[in-house]
Write a protein that binds this ligand. Structure first.
Ligand SMILES: C[S@@+](CC[C@H](N)C(=O)[O-])C[C@H]1O[C@@H](n2cnc3c(N)ncnc32)[C@H](O)[C@@H]1O
Length: 334
C-alpha cells in the first residue's frame, strides 16, 4: 500500500468496524461457527440480501475476518472466531458494552443492517436516489466529491504517465474523465496528440480549456460520440453492476475502431492477497452504490471478472499491470 492508501484506510476504518458490528448483530459469525457456508445459505439464515452480504464478506475478508474457501463459500478465521459465543475468550461482551455506551454507533449499524437486508445503498435508504443523481442535485457535495477524486487522481495520474506510453495513437479519448487531470497529462507529454473527454454536461462545463482537448457532454449509459484511436477510463466500471458496466463498454465499442486499445485504470482484486485498501473500497462501494447486480459489481473486480465482462462487451483482455496506486487492464476492441 502507498502512504496515501494507508491514510485513506485509517480515515475509513469506521466502515470496517460498523460492517463488522452489523455482522455480529445479524448472527453472521455465529452461523459460521459450525463450519464454512455458501453465501446463499448464510443469507437465508441471516435474512440478508445475498449479493450485498457477499460484497460485505469480500470486503471484510481483506481484514482477515473471513476466508474464501472457494467461489462463494466463506469460513471464519482465528481472528473472527473470537466474535462467536463458542470462543473461549469471546469478544462479544465488548461488542455489547460498546453498543450500550455509544447509541450513535448503534444507529449507524441499524442503517447498515437495512442495507444488508435490502441491498439498497445508504444514499437510496436515506435519500431515495442513486449516488450520482444525488450529487447532481447537491452541487456543494459534488464539489467535495470532485476534490476527493482529484486528490486520489494526482498520484494515479503520475503512475500512469510514468508506466504507459500512449504515443502510438494520434488520438486519445477519456470516457467519464472528470476534471481532465489524466488526459491533460497525456496531452502535455504528446505534443501531436488530439484528445477528447466525455462526461456529464455540468462536469465538462466546469473544466477550464485545455489545449488540444475537446470536451463533450454525454450520458455514457445512452450513447457515446465517435472515438478515433485509443480510449481510456479511470475509476468508472467499479461503480456499476456487470449489466450497466457491460452496457457502457458496449457503447464504447460501438464507436471505436476494431484493433484499437481500451485502457481501464482500476484496482484489481486478488482475493488470495489481503489488501486493506481494496477491502475498504469494497465497503465504500457497497455503502454508496448498494448491492452488486446479478452477476457482480459495483465493487472492485478480479482479473477473471474483468476478462468475462470485457469479452461479453466485444473486447479482449490482453494485459494487466499493477501500478503502485492503481492497476491497469488493457483490452483490444474486437
Ligand atoms: C469516480 S469519478 C472518476 C472521474 C475520473 N475518471 C477520475 O478518475 O478522476 C466518475 C466520473 O463519471 C462521471 N459519470 C457518472 N455517470 C456518468 C454518465 N452517465 N455519463 C457520463 N459521465 C458520467 C462522473 O461525472 C465522474 O466524473
Amino acid at each position: 500500500m502507498t502512504s496515501y492508501q494507508q491514510m485513506l484506510c485509517i480515515l475509513q476504518y469506521h466502515r470496517v468496524s460498523s460492517f463488522t458490528e452489523t455482522c455480529v448483530d445479524l448472527g453472521v459469525f455465529d452461523h459460521l461457527a459450525a463450519g464454512p457456508l455458501p453465501v446463499s445459505e448464510l443469507a437465508k439464515l441471516t435474512g440478508t440480501h445475498q449479493r450485498a452480504l457477499h460484497r460485505c464478506l469480500r470486503g471484510l475478508a481483506h481484514f482477515e475476518l473471513f476466508t474464501k474457501e472457494e467461489e462463494s463459500i466463506f469460513s471464519l478465521t482465528n481472528v473472527s472466531r473470537q466474535l462467536t459465543l463458542e470462543s473461549e475468550f469471546s469478544l462479544k461482551p465488548w461488542h455489547k458494552l460498546h453498543r450500550a455506551i455509544t447509541p450513535q454507533d448503534a444507529k449507524e449499524c441499524e442503517s447498515l443492517e437495512q442495507l444488508l437486508r435490502t441491498g439498497k445503498s445508504i444514499i437510496q435508504i436515506k435519500h431515495n436516489c442513486l449516488f450520482y443523481d444525488y450529487l447532481r442535485e447537491h452541487q456543494d457535495i459534488a464539489a467535495y466529491f470532485d476534490k476527493a477524486m482529484e486528490s486520489a487522481s494526482q498520484m494515479e495520474v503520475q503512475d500512469i504517465l510514468q508506466e504507459f506510453d500512449f504515443s502510438a495513437s494520434e488520438h486519445l479519448t477519456e470516457i467519464a474523465g472528470g476534471n481532465g487531470a489524466l488526459i491533460s497529462g497525456v496531452l502535455q507529454k504528446n505534443e501531436n496528440m488530439e484528445g477528447q473527454l466525455f462526461d456529464f454536461p455540468d462536469v465538462v462545463n466546469r473544466i477550464e480549456p485545455i489545449p488540444r482537448l475537446k470536451t463533450v457532454g454525454v450520458d455514457m449509459h445512452v450513447s457515446l460520440p465517435d472515438i478515433q484511436g485509443n480510449a481510456m477510463m479511470k475509476r468508472i466500471l467499479h461503480s456499476y453492476s456487470d449489466d450497466k458496466a457491460g452496457h457502457i463498454l458496449e457503447n464504447t465499442r460501438h464507436t471505436m475502431r476494431s484493433g484499437n486499445k481500451l485502457y481501464i485504470f482500476e484496482l484489481i482484486d486478488d482475493d488470495k492477497i489481503n489488501n486493506p485498501y481494496i477491502g475498504v473500497k469494497h465497503l465504500q462501494m457497497l455503502y454508496v452504490h448498494g448491492a452488486p447486480g446479478e452477476s457482480g459489481g459495483p465493487g472492485e473486480r478480479t482479473q477473471a471478472e474483468f476478462a468475462s465482462l470485457l469479452s461479453t462487451a466485444g473486447f479482449e483482455l490482453v494485459e494487466t499491470q499493477q501500478l503502485p496506486s492503481i492497476d491497469a487492464v488493457v483490452a483490444v476492441c474486437k
